[in-house]
Design a protein around this ligand. Sequence first.
Ligand SMILES: Cc1cc2nc3c(=O)[nH]c(=O)nc-3n(C[C@H](O)[C@H](O)[C@H](O)COP(=O)(O)OP(=O)(O)OC[C@H]3O[C@@H](n4cnc5c(N)ncnc54)[C@H](O)[C@@H]3O)c2cc1C
Length: 813
Amino acid sequence: MPSTLPRETKVVIVGGGVVGNSIAYHLTRLGWEGVVLLEQNELAGGTTWHAAGLIGRLRTTNSMTRINKYSAELYAGLEKETGHSVGWKQVGSLIVARSQDRMIQLQRTAAMSEWFDVEVQLVSPEVALEKWPLLRIDDVLGAAWLPHDGKLIPKELAIALAKGAQSRGAQVLEHVRVRDVLLEKGRVAGVATEQGNIAAEYVVLAGGMWTRELGLRCGVSLPLYPVEHHYVVSEPIPGAFDELPVGRDPDLCIYFRGEGDAVLLGAFQNFSKPWMVEQIPPAFSYQLLEPDWEKFAEPLANGKHRIPALERCKFAKFVNGPESFTPDNNFILGEAPGIQNLYVAAGFNSVGIASAGGAGKYLAEWMQEGEPTLDLWSVDIRRFGPGFNNRAFLRERVTEVLGLHYQMAWPNREFETGRGLFKSPLHDRLAAQGACFGAKNGWERPNWFARGGVRPSAEYSFARQNWFACHAAEHRATREAVAIFDQSGFSKFIFYGRNSTAVLQRLCGNNVDVPCGQAVYTGLFNDSGGFESDLTVIRLAELEYLIVTGTTQTIRDADWLNRRVHPEENAVLVDITRSLSVIGVMGPNSRTLLSRVTDANLGNEAFPFRHSQVINLGMATVRAVRITYVGELGWELQVPVDQASLVYDTLMAAGQDLGLTNAGHYAINSLRLEKGYRAWGADISPDDTPLEAGLAFAIDWKKPFLGKPALLEQKARGLKRRLVTFVLDDAEPILWGSEPICRDGRPVGYTTSAAYGHTLGRSVAMGYVNADALIDDAFILGGHYEINLAGRRYPAQAFLRPPYDPERRRILA
Ligand SMILES: Cc1cc2nc3c(=O)[nH]c(=O)nc-3n(C[C@H](O)[C@H](O)[C@H](O)COP(=O)(O)OP(=O)(O)OC[C@H]3O[C@@H](n4cnc5c(N)ncnc54)[C@H](O)[C@@H]3O)c2cc1C
């Protein structure tokens, strides 16, 4: 046992790779004492040591770009701070495009980068050649140049971070293997190592690809799995030098950079190989897997095409390193659901070096504050339920994930592998009706239905995709007749108990102490007044509520609510997502349709808006809830799963002459955007308040609730940002989301979601308009707006109310 192994400490970090060391570095920077890092072998010996060291700043979202930007800035100054060189070189990076679509993608990226404050220049093939003189450019259409990107030596980075942490009191201990995490009454109590136990208030699992197995042993689901990642290093080549920029040719699935007087060539192939091991060997340290020249044949040929000098040289080194990948190509960060003070940072999908600085900083802040200090939903541990941690699923899915870094970032791109994880009882019926499915949180959901000779498979493009006309038909049928939607993936909970009302009243912004049967739309807010969730609460009985929330939010919302029930309170949350299907019947003919199959009175007075009743529907018995997310008369039917197909068949048989059609989630999206309904995770997030999002109407200011003091303060102070709906003037272009918004020629934000509004006959989007000073309605509506679509600006009209008014059937745009 190392003489320094403590018996008790404040925090144990498991794993001495770049991520674990960054967490130790940042916790000590926040002033934490008693930080102990345990590494089973030697520091950086897992995946970190053999990484290629590429440090890019720009990611696809604001939060991830902030993480990477912070990382790059930290690394550039680390030698000065710690005295340990990390080999940082700001060589810049170059992304070449050889297809028109790739050029559009680069233009979209460049447009967003201005808002993210990352310099990106679009340059000609000739300028690309100046930057990288060994390139072949006769098939290159253009390139993006990011002058502030760089590279470093990953092993030295991990050591420098460890030194920084040690200089502030952290203990970094090698050759100590953590066998188990110790738990006590729902919270972490320490770790069991091969050299004895350490009691600890906090434990952080940062064990790279080993973390899944450690998680399984303490009941935490961490879906990650190792994949082989390959690069080679050439022998010296005339004209190669260490300061060559980092080059990427995503169309050819390769990256390259100078390595001394040689060239490093790596691959992000479309399909890669999972490491087929039963258990990851604990002693796998400073080791590689066998070279696989056969698998590397295609990237090698592509490399020789892009850098002809590689044709004539030998290769001195083949690196086949395993690295863990997650089901969605985003890493896993945060506090384990249901376990107090057990934190995780793992599954870094080949960007762990570039992200470690920011990931360490924001995890340390999360531990300090008890909640994230930035919207980290895309990497939040609570986005995955246990169903994702199936090894057969992971082995299949990860083959596709590594290559995603370089695949076209098509709008609405769906995974091809690991599909069919969770299916609604209607799945096969809908497939037979031409459904084209997408997977949301593992749920197979119909996105749209093929008709008019279109095949039920999306053909991706930045312009109109092959389903445009099908989507139009579904959208119009909902506005003009009636459509049926399978929304079974919604998360559903029963919340009951003596104190259930008191707990909900404390946590919900709106008043949920309503008569039985009533449905309430409400936000859940954090201390800063930001949206932790928005959901529908239906009071079923005096002390029982049905809570319906988004498809992706099952674990997150359950964990958030459970953590806020005090030990002395009697209130229990039960996840019934898989017990109830949800079938939406929406459109002006919905009442006529439902009246044909139920004897319940569906009239306005007997069944008002935001009310629910248990009704018979043919031979089935369902809870009908009169709410709408599409802005039309309609009911969401909560149906026991074993009666879903009965209900569907009954409705389909009864509604043919009413124009009844199947409709998918793309129609829901465009319909709700026209009606100005927000989507959590896109338009509203923990960083956005209801005042900024225009949702203050769903707050009951008369009662206390979590987040109210911050909201009252914001209300008194005024706002510097507002969520606005935009409708393009031009009927042709398609907006997908993530397009910069310009006000009077200056970027002020970006679109958080968008779709083609077929009632408006134009693209419709939402996005925040940000300002330096306080703003009001007049400021918003007085601006001249344009949306930047791949570098071209399209005029748009701004709305603070819905651009379509279904009640008066009026288009306001
Ligand atoms: C070939 C290749 C090239 C890459 N190139 C880049 C690049 O250019 N840029 C980039 O950003 N990323 C790159 N990556 C990815 C990057 O290397 C990883 O994302 C990063 O190293 C992950 O760091 P980590 O700390 O999570 O994992 P690791 O470095 O694997 O560290 C985890 C540590 O935890 C220890 N550990 C595990 N379990 C226990 C236990 N029970 N007790 C004690 N210790 C334990 C392990 O021994 C290990 O040292 C590349 C990856 C590969 C494979």
